[in-house]
Design a protein around this ligand. Structure first.
Ligand code: RET
Length: 253
């Protein structure tokens, strides 16, 4: 067999992880400070949003300091060579800490949007469970052996769960939000459209990186870094600043 191929982090990736860590810490401090400008009873969106960036900060700290990652081994048969025992070995770093982060933060992001829309408890629960299934089956896919049907089977289950989430937000959430007073409906539509565009990029990056391993580990880190900044600090700032100026977004909980 040929020499094993190593797909690992280098300087650009390492730097990007630290940069995102710092951005998540700053965002957490800013969101916490914003919460202190309103009475305790009106801090629910602030608390959810701050927990999202704190969780990301912890996960990025773990990844930047070299933990939260495993060297994943795959033996790929090279069928085109027509020799039975010809194979190619690939070791790739898979950052499992991301999936722990996403398993906590994507339900919280959904909670932000669901509460804004005024979805019922049952609907929120269904969206959150679909979301957890999406992330866990995504993790199984990431750790599955390359080129096996199971790996893409897990990916397919994750994508179906994602469709359930889209349905909850775009159809259910939107119709509930439109029934709320003032500008809540249009604001929900805008921030949900933004969210779904960004979220949809994740399974695409995944397919090229952890999925078919065509993107370098550094490329993957940088792509997710940009998406994570848009999905958490930028999303959070938009939500909380609008919430501050739009009293009709207040909820009684
Ligand atoms: C995976 C792979 C399996 C298929 C699908 C995925 C979707 C992931 C999503 C992640 C969103 C993450 C966010 C992080 C916050 O910063 C697990 C990549 C559908 C939608 C918003």
């Amino acid at each position: 067999p040929d020499k094993p191929e190593y797909q690992e982090i280098h300087q650009d990736g390492a730097r990007a992880l630290w940069v995102v860590f710092v951005i998540m810490v700053i965002a957490s401090a800013a969101f916490a400070a914003m919460s202190w400008t309103v009475p305790v009873s009106k801090r629910l969106f602030h608390i959810i949003t701050t927990l999202i960036t704190i969780t990301a900060a912890i996960s990025y700290f773990g990844m930047a300091s070299g933990h939260g990652v495993t060297l994943h081994y795959t033996k790929v048969r090279e069928e085109h060579k027509h020799v039975d025992d010809t194979f190619h070995e690939v070791y790739r770093q898979v950052f499992w800490a991301r999936y722990v982060d996403w398993a906590i933060t994507t339900p919280l992001l959904l909670l932000d949007l669901s509460l804004l829309a005024g979805l019922s408890g049952a609907h929120i629960l269904m969206a959150v469970i679909a979301d957890v299934i999406m992330i866990l089956t995504g993790l199984f896919a990431a750790l599955g052996s390359e080129g096996t049907p199971q790996k893409w089977g897990w990916y397919a289950i994750a994508c179906i769960s994602y469709l359930v989430i889209i349905w909850h937000l775009a159809i259910n959430g939107r119709s509930m939000a439109m029934k709320r007073t003032g500008k809540v409906g249009p604001f929900f539509t805008a921030i949900t459209a933004y969210t779904l565009i960004i979220w949809t990029a994740y399974p695409i990056i995944w397919g090229i990186a952890d999925g078919s391993r065509k993107m370098s580990v550094d490329g993957e880190i940088i792509a997710y870094a940009v998406l994570d900044i848009l999905a958490k600090p930028v999303f959070g700032a938009w939500l909380l600043l609008t919430h501050m100026r739009m009293p009709e977004t207040n909820i009684d909980l």
